[in-house]
Design a protein around this ligand. Structure first.
Ligand code: ZN
Length: 223
C-alpha cells in the first residue's frame, strides 16, 4: 500500500503566526499548500464574473462564500492528486466554519487522503494577538508579513526583498477585535468539531518561532 499523504490543517486566531509556521512546515517537509487566500488572489486575476466579484469582495473586506472557495480547493486537490511525488499538503485559511470543516472532511475522503490528517491549532490569547498585530509590519513590495517577535522586531526593511515596511490600516485594536469576534462565532465551532472527534492538536503559540515550530513537529509526530 502506498504511503499515506500527510495533511496538516493549520488553524489559529489572528496574529498566531500561522504564515511563519506554514512556511517552516512546508520547507522542512516538502509539502504543498492549499491556501484559500492564495487561491482567491490567483482566481481574481481572471477578469470574468467570478474573478471580478472576488476582487470586490476582498477589497471590501468581505468573506468569499464557501461554495466559490470550495470549487478552487477541489480543483487544486485534483491537480495534487496527479503529482507523482506528493508527500502531503497543508490546508491554510480554511475551515472558517463548521460547514467548511465538514466539506474538507468529505473532500479528503473522496481523494483518499483521510488517514493521516493533523489538525493543528496554534493558540494565543486575545491580548497577545492585539499586541502582535498592532505592531506587525507588512512589506509594501512582496506582501511578506513581518511578525512582532524576536529578531523581526529589529528589521527596518523586508528580509525577503528589501522592500519598504508598513502597518496594515485595519491592524488597529478595533479591527483586530472584529476579527476575533468572527473567530469566536465562526471558527471556534469548527475547532470544537475537531475537538469532539479527538483530532485537535493544540500548540502554545505564545513562544518563540522556533519553539512553536518544535511543538508543531512534536504533535504531528514528524522529526
Ligand atoms: Zn518584501
Amino acid at each position: 500500500m502506498a504511503q499515506e499523504k500527510l495533511v496538516v490543517i493549520l488553524i489559529g486566531p489572528p496574529g498566531a503566526g500561522k504564515g511563519t509556521q506554514l512556511e517552516l512546515l512546508q520547507n522542512k517537509l516538502g509539502l504543498e499548500v492549499i491556501g484559500s487566500g492564495e487561491l482567491l488572489r490567483e482566481r481574481k486575476k481572471k477578469k470574468d464574473f467570478t474573478g471580478r466579484k472576488i476582487g470586490q469582495c476582498i477589497d471590501a473586506g468581505n468573506r468569499v462564500p464557501t461554495p466559490v472557495i470550495f470549487k478552487l480547493w477541489v480543483d487544486r486537490m485534483e491537480k495534487l492528486k496527479k503529482l507523482g511525488n506528493l508527500k502531503g499538503f497543508i490546508i491554510d485559511g480554511s475551515p472558517r466554519t463548521i460547514f467548511e470543516a465538514e466539506m474538507i472532511d468529505l473532500s479528503l475522503g473522496w481523494y483518499e487522503w483521510s488517514n493521516n490528517t493533523k489538525v493543528v491549532y496554534i493558540k494565543i490569547s486575545k491580548e497577545e494577538s492585539i499586541s502582535r498585530l498592532t505592531n506587525r509590519r507588512i512589506c509594501k513590495n512582496c506582501g511578506h508579513n513581518i511578525p512582532y517577535i524576536g529578531n523581526y522586531k529589529e528589521l527596518t526593511q523586508c528580509d525577503k526583498c528589501g522592500g519598504e515596511l508598513y502597518r496594515r490600516p485595519d491592524d488597529t485594536k478595533k479591527g483586530i477585535r472584529a476579527r476575533w469576534k468572527w473567530f469566536r462565532t465562526d471558527v471556534m465551532p469548527a475547532l470544537n468539531y475537531y475537538r469532539r472527534a479527538n483530532k485537535l492538536l493544540e500548540v502554545n503559540g505564545e513562544q518563540s518561532i522556533e519553539n512553536v515550530s518544535r511543538d508543531i513537529f512534536k504533535v504531528i509526530k514528524q522529526k
